[in-house]
Each structure stands twice: as structure tokens, then as C-alpha cells.
Design a protein around this ligand. Structure first.
Ligand code: UDP
Length: 386
């Protein structure tokens, strides 16, 4: 049997878009191993001419070292006219290269998990007269760039009421907007280990308060200062406690933390592919407001201390956490440390943890691929009829 080809378009800006693309690809493989062939492509890097193909690479250095500049770019592109002028220009400069994506993959359906793909891709499909469905999976939780939404998308999958409202405001009819959650890797969907098992597997002490600290896939933000402040404060309270710091791809951070002396047991890791186990082993997570990490922490039922955010796309995630009663926000390392030590010694953690688990959507990736499979079947039936 010929498998239908599905193309997932993402861009390697941060870890979240790629993680969601991989989650969807894995969910298709798990649910429909014989029906779909799913490829993940970064069109901005692999199908645009120089120097446009260099732009995705500038994202991490900009958000790590020049947040003010990112904020400025975000503000400029908040203006719909400015954004659509830039996307029109990008389309004109890139259309010949982008056409090759369609030729190379000949997809039956396209999924976008990036805010700057909708307009260009839908225009390309129209100009090339390729009548295949195009769907968007919004991988932000609560702040949305309007590039995410295009009235001609066949479906728009979102992870919050705020995102559903934004999609409808941008002209998507309600029936096309589906609130199914943010797709996370199947390791978070399939049986998570219990706390004792996860701690034993990871070589952590089996009792005592355990805080997990991370800064997204790139280990961004003042992670070192937070780690030292939290360790000092937990040591001063005298409660049995340990800290895990996941530095992601930030090697310098990992090396510096591994060389440090700590007043409590501290595990420092580089990029790990078992975040779900570290979360399962922990009592709370301290993180920048990355949508991927927040969605994963909710599934694991963890209270979340938000320690910072990238202006623009992560701002709304702070209120999402605070308003849903699943955590708190503070950005000064000493305030973060004070809050974590209050949590360690207080009795509010179980309630926050319960609310957190309730808000999590472990099956999002499966639910989304099930609907997309129906969409492909519907299209196939329609083309047979006509
Ligand atoms: N992550 C990971 N290993 C690490 C650090 C992070 O797999 O060592 C994953 C994390 O589980 C999440 C993603 O990277 O799925 C980070 O996404 P988020 O949206 O939180 O932040 P971003 O990196 O996109 O800014």
C-alpha cells in the first residue's frame, strides 16, 4: 500500500518547534506505521538562498545576548503591515528554492509548526496550483505572533483558550480551530516512571525535596546565579534537599557549574534526552517560560517557578502559569531561591501539583495526528469521488 506523504515544516529557532515536530512525527509512526511517511524539514535553512538561510542561526545568539534587539524585532513584526511586507519580499526572493520542497517531497498534506511559514507556504501552494491541505500546529501557549494564523489554513491546532481566541480573531472559522494541547514527545505520554523509580534510575537521593532547574534547549538566562542562590538558600533552611541543573546545549554553563562547590547535592547535566525522567524525579521545576518545558512540566504534575521569559513569544506564558495557579514568577535569583525554599518547607506544593497535572495534555500529539489522518482520508475520498 502506498503511504501518504506528510511534510512537517519547522525552523530550528530554539528547541520547542523541533521538539513539537518530532513529537508529531513519532506520533504518526506509533499510530499509523503503514499509512504515513512523515518528513521534517527546515525550509528557512535548507530551501532559501544565502543570506536568508543564515537567519535561523542568528536566533539563539540574539536571544542569548541581545534580548533588546529581539524585543525590537518582535515589536516591528507585531505590525501586520510590516510583517506582510517582509513575508511578501521573502516569498519573492525564495520562491524558486521553496518550490523544490514541493518537488522533493510531493506531500499530500503539509503541517507547519512555525509562525513564519503560513503565509509563504499557502501562497506557494496557490501559485503552484497544488491543492493539498495545509494545517498549522501552534507551538506557543499563550502569546502569539499573528504570523501563526492564516484564514486559509485547513486546521489550526492550539494549546489554550487564548490561542483559540487569537486564531478566530485572525479570521479562522471556529470549526477549523481545534484546542487539543501542545504536542510533546511520546516519552511524556507513555507511562512516566514514578518518583522513586526515576530517582533510583538517575542516581538521586530517594528522599528530600528535589528542585529541577533548566533554561530551555540552549540553557539560557542566569541559570548559574539561580543555581547558586537556590542551593545556598536550601542549605540554610536545613531541609533535606537536592538540585538538578540541566544546561542543555550551553557547554560553558555546564563546565562552570561542574567545577563549582555546592552546599547541597547538585547534579549538573548537559543536553539530556530524558527530561521526562528528571521531571518525574523532581518536586518542582524552575525554568524560563518556554512553552515546551511548561507543557511537559504540567504533564508531570510539577509546580513551575518561571524565572524569566523571551520578550514577545513567551510573555503570555508567565500569566498562564500564575493565573492557572500552577506556579509563580520571579526573576531575581534571590527571590527565586526564597520562593523555592518556601515551597520546600510549606504545604502548598501538593495543590499546585494537582492543578498542574490537571492542566497537562499528555495525549496532544496523538489527538492531533488522529485528526490529521481523518483529514487526509477525507481528501482522498473527495478526490476519488470527483
Ligand atoms: N530539552 C531537552 N533536553 C535538554 C534541555 C531541554 O530535550 O537538555 C527540551 C525540553 O524538554 C523542551 C525543549 O527542549 O522540550 C525546550 O523547549 P522550550 O519551548 O521550553 O524552550 P526553547 O528551547 O524552545 O526556547
Amino acid at each position: 500500500m502506498n503511504r501518504s506523504r506528510i511534510l512537517i515544516l519547522m525552523s530550528a529557532t530554539g528547541g520547542g518547534h523541533r521538539a513539537s515536530a518530532q513529537a508529531l512525527q513519532a506520533a504518526f509512526a506509533a499510530r499509523y506505521p503503514d499509512r504515513f511517511q512523515v518528513e521534517v524539514v527546515d525550509p528557512w535553512t535548507d530551501y532559501t538562498p544565502w543570506p536568508i538561510n543564515q537567519i535561523p542561526r542568528t536566533y539563539s545568539p540574539i536571544v542569548a545576548r541581545a534580548l533588546w534587539f529581539w524585543k525590537l524585532l518582535w515589536l516591528v513584526f507585531e505590525n501586520e503591515r510590516a510583517l506582510s511586507a517582509v513575508l511578501r519580499l521573502a516569498y519573492l526572493l525564495c520562491r524558486n528554492e521553496l518550490r523544490k520542497v514541493l518537488q522533493d517531497y510531493r506531500p499530500h498534506l503539509i503541517i507547519s509548526v512555525h509562525p513564519l511559514i503560513q503565509h509563504i507556504c499557502l501562497r506557494l501552494l496557490e501559485q503552484e496550483r497544488v491543492p493539498i491541505p495545509f494545517v498549522t500546529v501552534v507551538t506557543d501557549l499563550a502569546s502569539f505572533h499573528h504570523g501563526w494564523f492564516h484564514a486559509r489554513a485547513e486546521r489550526c491546532y492550539v494549546a489554550s483558550e487564548a490561542a483559540a481566541d487569537a486564531a478566530r480573531r485572525h479570521g479562522l472559522p471556529a470549526r477549523k480551530v481545534r484546542l487539543l494541547g501542545l504536542p510533546v514527545r511520546s516519552a511524556f505520554t507513555d507511562a512516566l516512571p514514578d518518583k522513586a523509580t526515576a530517582r533510583a534510575r538517575l542516581g538521586l537521593a530517594d528522599s528530600g525535596f528535589t528542585a529541577l532547574l533548566l533554561g530551555g534547549g540552549e540553557g539560557m538566562g542566569p541559570v548559574a546565579a539561580i543555581a547558586h542562590a537556590v542551593a545556598r538558600r536550601l542549605a540554610a533552611t536545613g531541609t533535606a534537599a537536592q538540585l538538578v541543573v540541566i544546561c542543555g546545549r550551553n557547554k560553558r554553563l555546564r563546565q562552570a557549574l561542574q567545577r563549582s562547590d555546592w552546599p547541597i547535592p547538585v547534579q549538573v547535566c548537559g543536553f539530556v534526552d530524558n527530561v521526562q525522567e528528571w521531571m518525574a524525579a523532581s518536586d518542582c521545576v524552575i525554568t524560563k517560560a518556554g512553552p515546551g518545558t511548561i507543557a511537559e512540566a504540567l504533564i508531570c504534575g510539577l509546580p513551575i517557578l518561571v524565572s524569566g521569559f523571551i520578550p514577545g513569544q513567551e510573555e503570555g506564558n508567565v500569566s498562564y502559569v500564575v493565573e492557572n495557579g500552577v506556579g509563580a514568577y520571579c526573576d531575581a535569583p534571590e527571590d527565586i531561591a526564597a520562593t523555592v525554599s518556601d515551597w520546600a518547607g510549606g504545604n502548598q506544593l501538593p495543590q499546585m501539583a494537582a492543578r498542574s497535572r490537571k492542566l497537562g495534555r499528555p495525549r496532544a500529539a496523538y489527538d492531533i495526528v488522529d485528526e490529521i489522518a481523518e483529514l487526509v482520508d477525507g481528501e482522498a475520498a473527495e478526490s476519488e469521488d470527483s
